[in-house]
Structure formats: structure tokens, C-alpha cells
Write a protein that binds this ligand. Sequence first.
Ligand SMILES: Nc1ncnc2c1ncn2[C@@H]1O[C@H](COP(=O)(O)OP(=O)(O)OP(=O)(O)O)[C@@H](O)[C@H]1O
Length: 232
Amino acid sequence: MLDIEGLVTGYGSTTVLRGADLSVGRGEVTCLLGRNGVGKTTVLRAAMGLLPTWKGVLRWEGTPISALPTHRRARLGFGFVPQGREILPQLTVEENIRIGGFASGERDPEIPPELFDYFPDLKKMLRRRGGNLSGGQQQQLAIARALMGRPKLLILDEPTEGIQPNLVALIRSVVTALNRERGLSVLLVEQKIGFARKIGHAYTILDRGQVVADGRMESLDDSVIRAHLEVS
Ligand SMILES: Nc1ncnc2c1ncn2[C@@H]1O[C@H](COP(=O)(O)OP(=O)(O)OP(=O)(O)O)[C@@H](O)[C@H]1O
């Protein structure tokens, strides 16, 4: 579905990704893993078109998309939940969700009732300000907002960061349900190996801007973790 080949990009004159390769299969959850600062968020931002592709090719269902701006990628079916969630604190929960519909080009987006099948808590707090929600509630809100664009691929940057353990389980069950019931493909950056193992079908490990290991999640054994993920 999404294929990234030989991606080189960075910030200003600093190269961060030095030829990264990654694929997300249709209907699969792929976890992008790696130590702090190796370039995981940079991969997601380049996939969304928030950073230019300096070298390499990004393909969506076989078609090159490297030159497309972010809003065109959103219309193709990319949904993005950024690190830190980026909820608008002064707007209500309902307004924050509807913004996801504007982003995909709708003039007066209505929230489909079935969205709340996945987020019953949000339904009870539609009039509350986004800034008054807990981290876990904001994460649900950010996912709901991304779903308003009816994505085929959901890209999540550390969805469990700063979230209480009981809500981590909730986020996992929501993402798993969206994957199983709606066939949504998922690319997610994660620091918690246990979470990645439970949620992912495949993994890719990044180190210093390059992919150093990838495969099916069952093959992510302790030797791979020791070599590439534990702090040495
Ligand atoms: N806006 C920016 N301007 C300049 N350098 C940046 C910027 N954002 C990130 N970097 C640098 O790019 C490198 C990769 O950062 P990135 O956020 O992609 O890593 P990461 O693997 O997602 O890290 P973390 O797990 O800490 O979120 C780091 O050295 C970081 O300092």
C-alpha cells in the first residue's frame, strides 16, 4: 500500500534519513521502532509530505507520490495523528473532531454516529474544551479527528506517550478494532516493545537514519531488540 524506497531527507543542511526503506502492507499494522532521535518521526513527516523527499521514492498503491503536497495525500487516504496530538485546546471536542473533515476537503463535515462506537467516552464530552481532556482522552480525540478524513492508512506517532496504563490498553483495542473491522492499514511509531508486539503484524527498526532490521512481528526476538533497541 505504502512503499518508501531509499528515502533521504532532513532539516536545513542536516541529513537525518540516509536511504530508509519501509513498506506498509494493505490491512496490516506496521510498527516503526528505534532508539530516541534515530529519525522515526522524520519518516512519518516525510510520508505525510510535511518534509520534502530529497532523494528516493514514495509510492502509494504503486503510484509515486513524493511530489504531492500534504492535502493531496490526505485525499488519497492518509490520516495522521502527530506526536503530542496537537489538539486545539480552546475548541470543543466536537469542533476538534470536525476539523478532521475540513482537512480532507469537506465544507460542513458531520460526525458519522458510528465514529462513537469506537470512542464512547468522547460522545459524553462533546461540549468540553479539548485542552481540559486527559492525555488518553486527547489521544482518542486525535484518532477520531484523523478518522474524519476516512483514511485508508492511519499514521500514528507514539500514541501511548504520556498515557496511563489502563488507557494504553484502550488505545490498543481501538486501533486493533479499526484494523480488523474496517481494514484500516496502520503505520505507528512506538517506544514500548510490548505494545508493538501486541498490536503489530510487521516491524521496521531504524538506526541513525537507516533501516537495520525488519520482518514479521513474530521474528522480533530478544537478540534483535538487544542489538538495535536497548540503550547500549
Ligand atoms: N525541526 C527540526 N529541526 C532540526 N532538527 C530536527 C528537527 N526535528 C528533529 N530533528 C533532528 O532530527 C533527528 C531525528 O529526529 P526524529 O524526531 O525524527 O527522531 P525520533 O526517532 O522520532 O526520536 P524520538 O523517539 O525522540 O521522538 C534528531 O537528531 C533531531 O534532533
